[in-house]
Design a protein around this ligand. Structure first.
Ligand SMILES: Cc1cc2nc3c(=O)[nH]c(=O)nc-3n(C[C@H](O)[C@H](O)[C@H](O)COP(=O)(O)OP(=O)(O)OC[C@H]3O[C@@H](n4cnc5c(N)ncnc54)[C@H](O)[C@@H]3O)c2cc1C
Length: 74
């Protein structure tokens, strides 16, 4: 039986949780109250635990293609 989870918020925390749940066989549904993606975006830089988490999730190469500034573990 597939386990289902509702994830509230499509920020980095919600999307990371949904991705990891999906990878272990859950069926996550992400609920986002904003009507659309942010139009301006944020600067992306990685430090310490954020860098480590991205590396463990296997998304570091894709994120590094978009990063501004230093990207290294601390
Ligand atoms: C201008 C700016 C620049 C930044 N630059 C960096 C940076 O370079 N590097 C870095 O590491 N961090 C940066 N940050 C911080 C980083 O953006 C936040 O730490 C991060 O976005 C927090 O992620 P989150 O998923 O916890 O929350 P959020 O990104 O706030 O996501 C929460 C989401 O949940 C949704 N939501 C909330 N309540 C509900 C509800 N009841 N129902 C449905 N949806 C809901 C919101 O609409 C939102 O989309 C920056 C922040 C700002 C403002």
């Amino acid at each position: 039986m597939t386990r289902r989870a509702v994830v509230v918020g499509a920020g980095i925390a919600g999307l990371a949780a949904a991705l990891q749940l999906h990878r272990i066989g859950w069926e996550p549904v992400v609920i986002e109250r904003a009507p659309a993606r942010r139009s301006s975006g944020y600067v992306v830089a990685f430090f310490g635990r954020g860098y480590d988490a991205a590396e463990r999730m296997g998304i570091l190469p894709a994120l590094c293609e978009r990063h501004v500034g230093a990207a290294r573990p601390q």
